[in-house]
Write a protein that binds this ligand. Sequence first.
Ligand SMILES: NC(=O)c1ccc[n+]([C@@H]2O[C@H](COP(=O)([O-])OP(=O)(O)OC[C@H]3O[C@@H](n4cnc5c(N)ncnc54)[C@H](OP(=O)(O)O)[C@@H]3O)[C@@H](O)[C@H]2O)c1
Length: 247
Amino acid sequence: MEIKPEDYGLSGNGSKLRINLENGNKINKCNWKTSGVVVLRKWIAGGVCQCSVRLDGKTVLVTGANTGIGKETCRDLAGRGARVVMACRDLIRAERAAEEIRQSTGNGNVVIRHLDLASVYSVSQFAKDFLDSEDRLDILVNNAGVMMCPRWITEDGFETQMAVNHLGHFLLTNLLLPMLKSSAPSRVINVSSIAHQGGRIDFDDLFFSNRPYSALESYRQSKLANVLFTRELARRLKDGNAHQSER
Ligand SMILES: NC(=O)c1ccc[n+]([C@@H]2O[C@H](COP(=O)([O-])OP(=O)(O)OC[C@H]3O[C@@H](n4cnc5c(N)ncnc54)[C@H](OP(=O)(O)O)[C@@H]3O)[C@@H](O)[C@H]2O)c1
């Protein structure tokens, strides 16, 4: 990937940089130390979606939607007219976030549903209820994630980062595939991380049962699983109209 200063609101050369702020103002005569921090922050944060395509009549489902990237994704999609289903494990926090999004976008078609990706039962129940009560699914954003937690084991006996970041989303996507296909052209977005680049999947010991647990190795493994899942799903669906993206 080539990183261009212009992509990050930077211009100028030599030891002086000009930073173009999103509000239209500019900061001149910035030294390398300051600009280096700005570039690093912007690079870690990644690109900003500038899409303004209207989504009226579309239904989107976002996991881990009560905070962080998931919440801001919901805000953007709601602002563009979509029906937004926020799938969260804490319904009180979810409703607080949903109400804030309804208020800030003027879109009342923002609803919450309970989903705990660490539980196969919860994912199955969620998918059943969703398929029973929703008419369509145009965009599925598999966003929820746990990062660098201790070695916690889920009720199904899985290591938590692998369970939540990959296995829960893998099951959810597969259970919702019939509706994604019937709503085609549809899209699945799996939120991975640059951390996948250092990842290695140990297929004989996915849950760190026989090797010392490393929170970072586990996170990287789960994020690499996101990427591999995305690619394989895209390969299997390439003749249909359901598209996959990894972010
Ligand atoms: N932030 C970054 O710099 C960064 C960089 C690269 C990739 N990412 C990826 O981006 C995604 C979102 O990250 P973020 O920074 O927005 O994280 P965040 O603010 O911590 O949000 C994570 C979301 O996932 C939810 N979640 C956690 N466990 C869950 C479970 N068992 N079932 C359902 N939902 C669950 C959380 O719910 P609670 O609020 O209830 O805990 C929360 O809503 C993650 O997949 C992460 O790996 C983030």
